[in-house]
Design a protein around this ligand. Structure first.
Ligand SMILES: Cc1cc2nc3c(=O)[nH]c(=O)nc-3n(C[C@H](O)[C@H](O)[C@H](O)COP(=O)(O)OP(=O)(O)OC[C@H]3O[C@@H](n4cnc5c(N)ncnc54)[C@H](O)[C@@H]3O)c2cc1C
Length: 445
């Protein structure tokens, strides 16, 4: 059995390590060199990413981050989360973490080809049977697509695979990231260290300013669809105004990248092919965190392949079932919540946060990929806080109800590979997510 991965992302790093340890022939083709792997900055990862499957922890001394404070568009309130220390994410150096896994993989026998971009999938009789690197054909029993949200490989699959080729524009976050020096003689806000601006300036997206313990300000300005130069400049100036300690000196990053913000693919597997990580939209739709999910998915795919000693789509389907049962199903619900929030009137978001109708606990649930489940007393409390705006509370309650329904449908994923049943299940999800807008949405491609 020969397995080939496109991209050495978090998912393929874990998957290939586990497969090689089990004696399976696995190669990884990554376009970047060892020195340029992943990103030059640090990001937040929940320690469950490595703890749940007994994977190696980062050796580059991860540090705890603070709790998020969420600001509505008018910035008149700050909802600070109160996650306990043990639930906070670690921040870890991404390049060092990626290099650590590549080193471990090589030791275990993974055949890494760094600095080697894959050109295309290779097909025989309409089925994926390998990859092409330039003119060279590399045959494989399974190609694992870990090349990111806009994978050209996924987009090149025949229609018969029924795998979504491209996300809608609105399902992608176009984000600028930089780490700026703190202005000399100034210090950041000691209480609200991690500020996230919801619908920043009333736009469809978020911005953040995080004073990190390494003495820089971690800035992200992300917009649904496309972040134009004007929108970036306007948001950057506004962030500096609200956080006057941000200097213009960029010490890391300083460029744009993309993050998927939608529910996972409803079909991840096909003949000779499986998508994983961002290529299967495995981020938390609300905030775009995907490292933990990608690592766990890598461990789960390895588990299924090792257990079944097979890469047939009927066997790999079990990987998708496991993914949906553990987190994918909830992410359909979180996606509904995110769509509602991004399309909401900025004044409504102001009101919901300023009046604390949306609480710190609600924000914490959504940001960590969980559903907002309201107990009866909580519901009553919200009505008491928001009785002057029942016209807003009612649609919000209906939306929250449909997030629960979505997660329930997600968990009804056919447990065995059955093409017709998978089609039916997919249609149900699409109806909930896109509703009557599906046709209109098609123009958004
Ligand atoms: C600015 C920013 C901030 C983020 N912050 C966080 C955070 O704090 N916490 C969090 O959990 N997540 C965060 N994410 C999301 C996170 O980066 C991704 O979800 C995660 O890295 C996905 O991993 P993956 O396994 O899909 O691989 P990816 O990281 O998507 O890696 C894909 C790999 O494929 C390679 N590749 C692409 N095309 C080819 C080709 N043709 N041939 C060979 N190789 C190819 C790429 O070079 C890359 O190495 C952030 C993302 C961005 C952009």
């Amino acid at each position: 059995m020969k397995i080939v991965c496109i991209g050495a992302g978090n998912a393929a790093q874990v998957l290939s390590l586990q497969l090689a340890k089990a004696g399976i022939d696995v190669s990884v083709y990554e376009k970047n060199s060892y020195e340029n792997l992943s990103y030059d900055w640090h990001d937040d990862i929940n320690p469950a990413a490595w703890k749940e499957y007994g994977l190696p922890a980062p050796t580059n001394e991860p540090f705890h981050k603070g709790n998020w404070s969420f600001l509505p568009p008018n910035e008149k309130s700050m909802t600070k989360l109160a996650l306990p220390e043990e639930k906070l994410d670690f921040s870890t150096e991404r390049r060092l973490f990626a290099q650590q896994y590549v080193d471990l993989g090589k030791e275990a026998g993974v055949d890494y080809h760094l600095g080697t971009p894959v050109t295309s999938l290779y097909f025989e009789k309409g089925k994926v049977t390998g990859i092409k690197v330039g003119e060279e054909i590399i045959k494989a029993d399974l190609v694992v697509d870990n090349s990111g949200a806009l994978s050209p490989f996924r987009a090149s699959l025949p229609e018969s695979y029924k795998i979504t080729k491209k996300p809608f524009k609105s399902e992608i976050f176009d984000a600028y990231r930089s780490f700026n020096k703190i202005k000399e003689g100034m210090s950041p806000d000691p209480v609200h260290t991690n500020k996230a601006y919801l619908k920043h300036l009333g736009n469809d997206g978020i911005s953040w300013s995080i004073a990190d313990p390494s003495g820089t300000i971690n800035i992200l300005i992300g917009r649904q669809g496309k972040l134009t130069d004007e929108a970036y400049q306007e948001a950057y100036e506004a962030l500096k105004k609200s956080n006057p300690y941000i200097s213009d000196e960029v010490v890391r990053g300083g460029y744009k990248c993309i993050i998927p913000i939608r529910y996972p693919l409803s079909r991840m597997v096909g003949d000779g092919y499986v998508a994983i990580g961002d290529a299967a939209f495995m981020t938390i739709p609300m905030i775009g965190s995907g490292i933990e999910n990608s690592m766990k998915a890598g461990a789960e795919l390895a588990h299924v392949i090792i257990k079944k000693q097979s890469v047939k789509k009927e066997d790999l389907w079990d990987f998708q079932v496991r993914y949906y049962m553990k987190r994918g199903a909830n992410h359909i619900g979180v996606d509904i919540l995110k769509r509602w929030l991004l399309s909401a009137d900025p004044a409504d978001v102001d009101w919901l946060l300023n009046k604390k109708v949306v609480s710190a606990k609600n924000m914490a649930d959504a940001a960590t990929g969980h559903l907002i489940i309201l107990s009866f007393p909580e519901l009553l409390e919200k009505v008491a806080r928001g009785f002057t705006r029942l016209n807003l509370l009612l649609p919000m309650a209906l939306m929250l109800n449909s997030t629960l329904k979505a997660a329930k449908i997600g968990k009804q994923i056919p447990k065995k590979y059955d093409d017709a049943e998978i089609d039916k299940w997919t249609k149900k999800i699409e109806k909930l997510i896109y509703g009557k807008d599906k046709k209109k949405k098609k123009k958004d491609k």
